[in-house]
Ligand binder design. Structure first.
Ligand code: ADP
Ligand code: ZN
Ligand code: ZN
Length: 755
């Protein structure tokens, strides 16, 4: 047998400077025992400090044998936290693709890399005598020990109980329980605990539904590829309520029956309780739900079960893409257009790209689902990169809701200064009288307010970028966060001359106040970050709404997703303009998506839905297309604008963030870097139509004491590899030449929040 003798290891030194592969010799007693991905302890540096590392690859070059003083691996760490070969490959890909460090890549894949995460144990109290002797034992105890007696009585019934529970039930302290242990009346043992975050006892199960014709068509196309064990990507474009989830579940059943694993991603677990619930009902404890509220220990338990193939189905948000499924057959990304699939932490990965890589690795199928696909995904589908599948009708052919657009400029003209148009107010009254429920939507998420004319709808936009300018209160200026252009805020509207230039900023709280005033006898609840930060609140509000204990639900994006309640017949969108005027080239796309999603909450079952969109820009194409719920019409307009203004998918954007604690140093480095990039790009004959913007202070200019400046690169998508090569050459290989060692760089490919 040929055993691995030398290998290259990523050592966890904690510094970026040593983030590379180091070669080590494998001692003879570990021959044949060390595999790629294993965790090992190695001596490192001058002092031969013992550090942990991960074996990344074999080094079979002859030259290594002649290296004098080559260090040996000290020992193998057998804590089940190693990586598989496929995961090591994924780490290399992450580093290569997102220009991150090895450690950052590894941290995505191992829950809390290198830290000593032990399986949680729980302490159990067990009664240590025959319960029949209870009375005689109590009679011998002192009267002062009444607390101990109380505990014994509880335990004699329960026989065994977790110590923490016993303390709660007995309303007593740990000291009392310890006292009983000393008297040998109870035993306390430690038990290993697999923490299941779902309480399966209470969950009713359901059976697969028979698919309708459209569903069956989509299902069969995908199943054929799964059966052939080939890699392919599908885009399932299905209107809201068309039954995409049922298609997913049928496919999942097939894949797990083949002995393979499935990852299902949703934008955010807590916002999509209904879809998660459907999977649990259908597949029971074969489902691991990974969500951000899991403790480290819970996460670790789930991780191990998935790794050991004890669980076949993983449901989670973005980071669940890194679940250790070694036997992947299918990845489903629901609501694939959602921005939450882009990571804002390092590596700043884009989940769909990671999923593609994983599926390629395992010959698995990637299924993207949405009622409003992202422009880029749909462009890929149109161009044959993805296979397009469509569900054109709502399940059971329920009609889509009727949508009215209300021009708020006219409301104002005619003397209505309230945030409710007359038609929305009337529709609310009617709904409430008919005992139906209402969702009111106002998207206040986002950093900036925009500046707009209330009379004509004019929005202050950057003359260079066609993007809304952000109002800076401090200097009283409007600023483009894209190119840095500044202008004064006009006092009168440059379009119509009116004085009604306003900063827009009403939030859900104000809406709630008004609704309570208008409809005091009806029950109103608000669903946004402020009302749901406490654990359990979100679930409670959604449940109460489902039970019709709430008449009017007011919320941000949280109400836009996944809610499926039969008595909701009216959806009111208070201001479509908030999203429309976000300083982002995706503003129209996001508006179309959001309006369509929110509108899709109305009339999903027996009662016809009605949607009212209030806006100051009733002629905007995103709003008009969302009124018709016509994705294709919207796409055709939007894709032409993207082409014209050089935005994705035709052009790519990379954001390079320069950060450090010394502001002067950061600014100097950013400038030097900019000049270097500029000269490399100008001198490259292969590059055409490439723009370098900046350096500008980032919108969050200072985070945790670090100053941040950014340089934006905008280039033709086909030039991606050349550009990445240039960045890698300047920013990684020759970083020392151009940048002070106290300055760091972060790379953001396909950035979502640069503004
Ligand atoms: P989407 O995910 O496309 O918005 P859902 O999967 O939530 O749509 O389906 C909408 C409704 O139709 C749900 O109440 C769902 O249970 C029901 N439904 C979908 N497919 C079927 C089917 N084949 N048989 C019975 N009911 C179905
Ligand atoms: Zn105006
Ligand atoms: Zn600009």
């Amino acid at each position: 047998m040929n055993f691995m003798e030398y290998c290259n290891i990523v050592v966890n030194t904690g510094t970026k400077a040593t983030d590379r592969l180091f070669t080590y010799k494998i001692p003879t007693d570990l021959y044949g025992k060390i595999r790629i991905g294993d965790k090992v302890v190695v001596p490192f540096g001058k002092g031969n400090k013992l550090l942990e590392g991960v074996v990344f690859e074999e080094n079979s070059e002859d030259s290594v044998k002649n290296i004098k003083g080559m260090k040996s691996i000290q020992r193998l760490v057998d804590d089940e936290l190693g990586l598989s070969g496929k995961q090591v490959d994924l780490c290399k890909w992450l580093k290569e693709t997102y220009l991150c460090t090895y450690s950052e890549a590894i941290q995505c894949l191992i829950p809390k890399f290198y830290s000593d995460v032990n399986t949680k144990t729980k302490k159990i109290a067990i009664i240590n005598f025959d319960p029949e002797d209870m009375d005689s034992i109590i009679s011998k105890m002192s009267k002062n020990a009444y607390k101990q007696i109380e505990v014994l009585k509880i335990l004699s019934v329960a026989q065994r109980m977790q110590v923490t529970d016993l303390m709660k039930v007995g309303k007593t302290s740990r000291a009392v329980i310890n006292g009983l242990e000393k008297k040998n009346l109870i035993k306390i043992i430690e038990e290993k605990e697999y923490r299941t975050p779902i309480n399966l006892d209470k969950i009713e199960r359901d059976e697969p539904n028979k698919l309708n014709e459209e569903q069956l068509l989509a299902y069969n196309s995908i199943l054929n590829v799964i059966k052939r064990k080939e890699h392919d990507t599908f885009l399932l474009h299905g209107v809201t309520g068309s039954g995409k989830t049922e298609v997913y579940m049928h496919l999942v059943r097939k894949v797990i029956n083949r002995g393979e694993q499935v990852i299902i991603l949703v934008p955010e677990i807590s916002l999509t309780p209904q879809i998660v619930g459907k999977f649990i009902k259908r597949f029971g404890n074969n489902v691991a739900v990974l969500h951000s509220k899991l403790s480290l220990g819970e996460r670790y338990d789930q991780w191990k079960k998935i790794k050991n193939n004890e669980i076949s189905i993983v449901v989670g948000a973005r980071s669940a893409i890194f679940a250790p499924c070694d036997n992947l057959g299918l990845i489903i990304i629901d609501e694939e257009h959602e921005s939450s699939y882009k990571s804002e932490m390092n590596p700043k990965y884009y989940t769909i790209d990671v999923a593609k890589h994983l599926c390629r690795q395992s010959n698995a199928v990637l299924l993207l689902g949405s009622a409003t696909p992202s422009i880029e995904s749909y462009y890929n589908a149109k161009n044959g990169v993805y296979k397009l599948l469509e569900l054109k009708n709502r399940f059971n052919n329920n009609p889509l809701p009727s949508v009215d657009i209300v021009d708020m400029r006219i409301e104002l003209e005619e003397g209505n200064k309230s945030m409710f148009s007359r038609s929305l107010y009337e529709a609310m009254k009617e709904s409430l009288l008919n005992n139906k429920q209402i969702i009111l939507f106002l998207n206040r998420r986002g950093y900036s307010t925009f500046v707009s004319c209330r009379s004509c709808g004019y929005v202050v936009k950057c003359m260079h970028c066609d993007i809304s300018m952000t109002y800076h209160h401090k200097n009283n200026i409007a600023k483009c966060h894209y190119c840095g252009y500044k202008s004064i805020v006009p006092k009168v509207c440059p379009e119509c001359g009116s004085k009604y230039i306003k900063f827009f900023g009403s939030g859900t709280e104000k809406v709630e106040q008004h609704v309570n005033k208008l409809f005091p006898s009806f029950k109103t609840k608000r669903l946004d970050i402020d009302t749901t930060s406490k654990k359990g609140n979100l679930e409670r509000i959604i449940k109460a709404f489902g039970n019709r204990e709430i008449d009017i639900l007011i919320g941000t994006q949280m109400v836009a997703k996944g809610l499926d309640f039969p008595y909701v017949t009216l959806v009111g969108i208070l201001s479509a303009d908030i999203t429309l005027n976000l300083p982002d080239y995706r503003a129209n796309e996001r508006t179309f998506q959001l309006l369509t999603q929110v509108a899709g909450r109305a009339g999903r079952h027996d009662f016809r839905g009605h949607v009212i969109i209030q806006t100051y820009s009733p002629d905007n194409y995103a709003i008009i297309s969302s009124q018709k719920q016509d994705f294709k019409e919207f796409y055709n307009k939007e894709i032409e604008l993207r082409r014209e203004f050089c935005y994705p998918p035709f052009h790519n954007i990379i954001n390079i963030i320069v950060l450090g604690k010394d502001e002067n140093l950061v600014v100097k480095s950013a400038n030097r870097l900019f000049q270097k990039l500029e000269s490399e790009i100008l001198n490259n004959n292969e590059l055409e139509n490439t723009q370098l913007l900046g350096p500008n202070p980032a919108i969050h200019n200072k985070i945790k004491g670090f100053y941040r400046w950014q340089i934006l690169l905008k280039y033709q998508s086909i030039d991606h590899e050349i550009i990445k090569g240039i960045i890698n050459y300047i920013c990684n290989i020759n970083k020392g030449k151009y940048l002070d060692s106290k300055v760091h760089l972060i790379f953001d490919l396909k950035p979502y929040n640069i503004f």
